[in-house]
Design a protein around this ligand. Structure first.
Ligand code: SF4
Length: 391
């Protein structure tokens, strides 16, 4: 839905709800005007963008006066219903009051968890990729975990991997946030954290790697590469850094002269700022290292940079690429859930029901796999018996 659709539809749902709660004598004087505009009429989408923008302002103004009227009603006779409460939320997300006028917020001011469609307020907007690979959707996001079998499958042998978790959450939330929900849900089911876990780059961070290491587990997945665009100058990857020792060797082979600890007051994340002093003055690599208006090089790295740097080196090896093949199974599982069980489309509205739909899909997938394994094992046993009889 466009922003205009979302506001108009929220009004269209709130007005009939109010009609059932408030008698004709108690309705506001502008009731018929709003009823005709939002319940009995539709927007003409052939109208130009300016006309549609005016319609959005008009819908905001109408919502503001309806909400103001509702706030002025005595709570002894009137309790706002679900649709009016939703309309108030949509108004707060889409408009701001300026000199008693409702003005649409700029796109950059809109929250990522705003209502996209009043028929399913929990469905949020998400975008993935850029350019031609850009994919947008309104709905939910699903995270899937399954077992990994190290043994290679024989010809025609069905998979022996089973889904151990399927988490559904708001689409605008990040993959790591979903992974945390997965961990919590699995813990609730009595499942321990896996000793070896294969993931894609979205789930790998310095903190996650260090956390897994501290718990004696392996988190196997590629780390995102350090940003290459440093104005063509050396990035952190060009330095040999030992955060634990608070020291680093620069590309010219010089040790840092200073190291300060920084702590983000909001997130509590710790990082270190390393500095090179006098050495930079006459350094032959100066132009490749620092900008013309900088006196010396500084570098800020997270407290777990060592483990991140080690992973970035490791992921370039053939052994790592081979190890990562164990993760390929989950791609097939996701495809199976989409193609055979239709999880790309929610049959019902609301997070709780979509979550239930996905639990059923995962259970069905597991049952089919279990049956396929049983059938395959029986076939194997009967072919061995047949060979035995022939002998
Ligand atoms: S400019 Fe400073 S930090 Fe950069 S390579 Fe030279 S000495 Fe090292």
């Amino acid at each position: 839905m466009s922003r205009l659709d979302c506001v108009r539809e929220s009004l269209r749902l709130a007005l009939p709800e109010l009609e059932g709660m408030v008698g004709p004598e108690a309705r506001p004087v502008f009731w018929l005007e709003l009823w005709e505009r939002y319940v009995e009429s539709q927007t003409d989408y052939r109208a130009g963008s300016e006309a549609l923008a005016r319609k959005l302002v008009e819908a905001g103004t109408d919502t503001a006066r309806l909400l103001e009227w509702a706030r002025g009603q005595s709570r002894d006779h009137f309790t706002p219903g679900a649709q009016l409460t939703l309309l108030e939320r949509v108004f707060g997300e889409q408009f701001e009051m300026s000199q008693s006028q409702a003005a649409p917020k700029n796109k950059g001011e809109l929250s990522s968890d705003r209502v996209q469609n009043p028929h399913d307020p929990e469905a949020t907007y998400a975008v993935k990729g850029e350019g031609k690979k850009k994919k947008e959707h309104v709905g939910y996001k699903v995270q899937v975990a399954e077992t990994v079998t190290q043994a290679e499958l024989g010809p025609g042998e069905p998979t022996s991997n089973f889904i151990t978790g399927i988490v559904t959450h708001a689409a605008h939330q990040s993959d790591p946030a979903g992974a945390e929900k997965m961990e919590a849900e699995q813990a609730e089911m009595g499942l321990e954290k896996p000793p070896v876990q294969y993931v894609d780059a979205a789930y790998v961070s310095a903190e996650k790697l260090a956390g897994a290491q501290a718990e004696g587990r392996q988190l196997i997945g590629p780390a995102l590469c350090a940003p290459h665009n440093n104005g063509g100058r050396f990035t952190a990857e060009s330095f040999d850094i030992e955060v634990e020792q608070r020291r680093a060797l620069c590309p010219a082979g010089k040790l840092n002269t200073q190291c300060s600890r920084l702590e983000n007051q909001t997130t509590g994340q710790v990082s270190y700022r390393l500095e090179w002093g006098q050495d930079c003055q006459q350094c032959p690599l100066r132009a490749q290292c620092i900008g013309p208006d900088q006196s010396h090089r500084t570098l800020v790295v997270g407290e777990h940079h060592t483990v991140l740097q080690a992973r970035r080196k490791e992921q370039k090896t053939e052994a790592f690429a081979k190890e990562m093949k164990h993760r390929n199974g989950i791609e097939g599982t996701q495809s199976e859930l989409v193609r055979a069980h239709g999880i790309r489309r929610a049959r019902y509205r609301g997070l709780a029901k979509v979550r239930l739909q996905n639990y059923f899909a995962a259970a069905a997938c597991n049952v089919k796999r279990w049956i396929n394994r049983k059938v395959w094992n029986l076939k194997q046993a009967s072919s061995v018996a047949a060979v035995g009889t022939a002998h």
